[in-house]
Design a protein around this ligand. Structure first.
Ligand code: TXA
Ligand code: MG
Length: 356
């Protein structure tokens, strides 16, 4: 048990005095949860091995799952990485600060506790005034995974972090709801072709356009297969999961939605006939098709604007366990744009998956 200070900070006009308190905690080897534009992070000085080890302990994080290093300027980039290929500058000039994480050769200064023994380090410059100011005031790059207990959906609001980490970390900065609601896009540019390790808040198509090169999208990035080593979240360990069973219903094309709707309705009737209480999580466009079923209905947002769906996703996944239902059934989304990030999370969170 540690004493946790909760600082409420307005992201539009961050109180430097409050952030200085948090920065001091980082400098002294403490842990600070802070908002980024994607999700909340749980930070420690990237060069303090003991502090980084405590992150794994506090989250219950498997020791083979490396942590992203957050930086506030290009000087810090050259401190954490021993070699930054030219192609990397092409991307970061356009996408930093922002939700793009790049895998680079690590420098000697970065402890293996950060990289889980790898010779590479994942780096990103967050586009959030509180995160950037915290890194600047701490005078060190900050190693930070998402600020949730391992396996739970990432936190998109201060109250999510308080629920998971209160009395476990020195400081929680509550800066309100995060902008994107899904984590950063992770790309490895050290291999040819570049490979997507995790779809995230920047659609991979936008990155390909700037790069002028196709990025390989492996099965695991779609959330489909398990890999031998935990190189991206959920590749080996179950992620984003509510305790309640979650059934995902995908469509082959998302043009004619009648099959998907029919399958969801059929599943609802089957569960209900067994006396199981059901929740349906549906898109704005299809939700009216379930109104007559007399079940708990949650609106995930429009298929025509998946930015909204991504933003609401983790809060809804966290809320499922409070609904008091035996099962939740969720509609799938098309695997393109932000839909790829949404489906990666839903596939990892689901216990059963149908494709119709
Ligand atoms: O948006 C985000 O990326 C958030 C915020 C806090 O910045 N962070 C985040 O961290 O999502 P985390 O730990 O939940 O997911 C980062 C993932 C790790 O699970 C790991 O698999 C991958 O990044 N990663 C870290 N270092 C890596 C490396 N050297 N090579 C390959 N993958 C790496
Ligand atoms: Mg995470």
């Amino acid at each position: 048990m540690v004493e946790t200070i909760v600082l409420r900070v307005n992201p539009a006009k961050p109180d430097i005095g409050a952030l200085e308190k948090a920065a001091q905690a980082i400098r002294e080897g403490g842990l600070v949860a802070f908002p980024t534009e994607t999700v909340y992070g749980l930070g420690a000085s990237a060069f303090n091995e003991d502090a980084v080890r405590r992150i794994y302990y506090v989250k219950g994080r498997p020791l083979d799952n490396p942590i992203i290093v957050h930086i506030c300027d290009y000087d810090q980039l050259n401190i954490v990485s021993s070699r930054v290929p030219e192609i990397v500058y092409k991307l970061i000039k356009r996408f930093w600060p922002g939700p793009l994480t790049l895998v680079l050769p690590k420098s000697l200064l970065v402890p293996y506790a950060v990289t889980a023994g790898l010779e590479t380090v994942a780096v990103r410059m967050p586009a959030h005034p509180i995160a950037l100011e915290l890194i600047r005031l701490s005078e060190t790059p900050i190693a930070a995974p998402s600020a949730n207990i391992s396996g739970k959906p990432s936190p998109t609001r201060g109250e999510h972090v308080i629920r998971d980490l209160y009395s476990k970390v020195e400081v929680i900065i509550d800066g309100g709801e995060t902008l994107y609601g899904v984590e950063s896009t992770i790309i490895n540019l050290l291999v040819d072709p570049p490979i997507l390790l995790r779809p995230g808040a920047y659609p991979v198509e936008d990155i390909e356009n700037v790069l002028g090169v196709k990025i390989l999208i492996p099965e695991f990035a779609r959330g489909l297969s398990e890999a031998e080593r935990a190189l991206a979240p959920g590749m080996k360990h179950r992620h984003y999961a509510p305790d309640t069973p979650l059934v995902l219903v995908e469509s082959r094309d998302y043009v004619d939605m009648s099959k998907l709707i029919g399958k969801v309705r059929e599943l609802v009737e089957t569960y209900k006939s067994k006396g199981v209480r059901v929740a349906v999580i549906a898109s704005s466009e299809t939700i009216s098709n379930y109104k007559d079923l007399n079940v708990e209905i949650i609106e995930l947002g429009p298929r025509s604007n998946t930015f909204i769906v991504a933003k609401k996703l983790f809060n809804i996944l966290r809320g499922i366990d409070e609904l008091n239902v035996g099962v939740a059934i969720v509609e799938g989304f098309e695997d393109k744009g932000l839909g790829l990030a949404i489906m990666n999370r839903l596939r990892k969170a689901s216990t059963t998956r149908y494709i119709v």
